[in-house]
Ligand binder design. Structure first.
Ligand SMILES: C[S@@+](CC[C@H](N)C(=O)[O-])C[C@H]1O[C@@H](n2cnc3c(N)ncnc32)[C@H](O)[C@@H]1O
Length: 321
């Protein structure tokens, strides 16, 4: 591949689909990029589409119109998907005046009607976000993972295994007694992922208002694609999916209608290619402020006298709610 690039001057990063390039960053509507792609040419589609909640980059549509637009994009993604490929749609809630509609339930029928089958509904849990006062604060989003209706789809478990809780555990009876009972490569990470979201002090933060963490996409890329495969993100934003693809020897492409986001994605893709992009490495333990000795974790209220506690010689409790 590198030889071809020098001999024929093929850019490593192209602004339109070029099968020999390593990355495609398309400025414009994703449907126009999708149109350039041959049938079954993409191994993994991974994206976080607009949630139709009135962010800076989106015009709020009626839900019917939103679903119609998503249907057009999803149908094209299914067309370009390789036989053994996967589609991962990462979504949260559409929120209107305090009423929520979980987007995955709204979008599931689109995939189902296109003949796709669901393999997992991954819960992505994080700790930071808006504090609600009339309902519980939202602290998870989902990734709905679909493949074609076949048993023969790519799923590599080993690269995404995580350490066991008790790796030293051994069989205590039976023919394997004394041997370690768990896989030395680690365990299946499960379908609930606790990964910090990209807020202001995260190393990956750019000016994009809702990036997903590179680590989140890396797990999907490692398990659902192989080296040199194409990974497509139709709603690319700051380029996290392409960056994750490049980091693992895949090829990445995506589209965004906002020129500034494509510029950011290009900058991050270049840094990823040169190995200088700062990311939160996969598997980094979550920051624990108590364990780190952060003084702010000591509550100023902890030692306040308990009003409900009976005093010495007091016999009648006075309950003040
Ligand atoms: C939720 S953000 C994606 C963020 C991305 N996952 C990241 O890590 O930066 C959705 C993006 O879709 C873009 N977008 C909206 N409609 C689009 C369309 N029709 N074609 C391409 N991009 C679009 C928006 O500009 C926005 O950057």
């Amino acid at each position: 591949m590198m030889k071809l690039e020098t001999e024929f001057n093929i850019p490593r990063i192209s602004d339109h689909f070029l099968p020999e390039s390593e990355a495609v960053l398309f400025h414009g509507n994703c449907l126009d990029l999708l149109q350039q792609l041959p049938d079954k040419s993409v191994q993994l589609v991974v994206t976080s589409p607009p949630y139709n909640i009135g962010k800076a980059y989106e015009k709020k549509l009626s839900l019917e119109m939103y679903v119609k637009q998503q249907t057009e994009v999803i149908a094209e993604c299914v067309r370009v998907l390789a036989d053994k490929g996967s589609i991962c749609w990462q979504v949260g809630n559409h929120v209107d005046d305090g009423v929520i509609i979980p987007l995955d339930s709204l979008l599931f029928p689109i995939f189902y009607n296109l003949g796709m089958v669901m393999r997992n509904r991954i819960i992505w849990h994080f700790e930071h976000g808006l504090h609600c006062s009339r309902r519980l604060s939202g602290r998870y989003e989902t990734i709905i993972w679909f493949t074609r209706d076949t048993k023969d789809y790519v799923f590599n478990l080993d690269p995404v295994r995580v350490p066991q809780k008790y790796p030293g555990k051994k069989y205590f009876k039976g023919p394997k007694v004394g041997q370690y009972s768990c896989n030395p490569l680690g365990k299946n990470p499960g379908d609930v992922w606790d990964i910090p979201n990209v807020k202001s002090n995260h190393v990956e933060k750019t000016e994009h208002p809702c990036q997903f963490p590179v680590e989140l996409v890396e797990r999907l890329i490692l398990s659902m694609s192989n080296k040199d495969d194409w990974v497509l993100d139709p709603f690319l934003g700051s380029g996290s999916s392409v960056v994750a693809a490049i980091r693992h020897g895949r090829r990445g492409m995506g589209a965004d209608t906002v020129a500034r986001y494509i510029e950011i994605a290009r900058e991050r893709t270049r840094s990823s290619m040169s190995g200088s992009l700062r990311v939160r490495p996969m598997g980094t333990p979550k920051y624990d402020p108590r364990a780190a000795g952060n003084k702010l974790t000591i509550s100023p209220w902890a030692n306040a006298p308990d009003e409900h506690q009976l005093k010495l010689l007091q016999t009648t409790a006075v309950y003040k709610p």
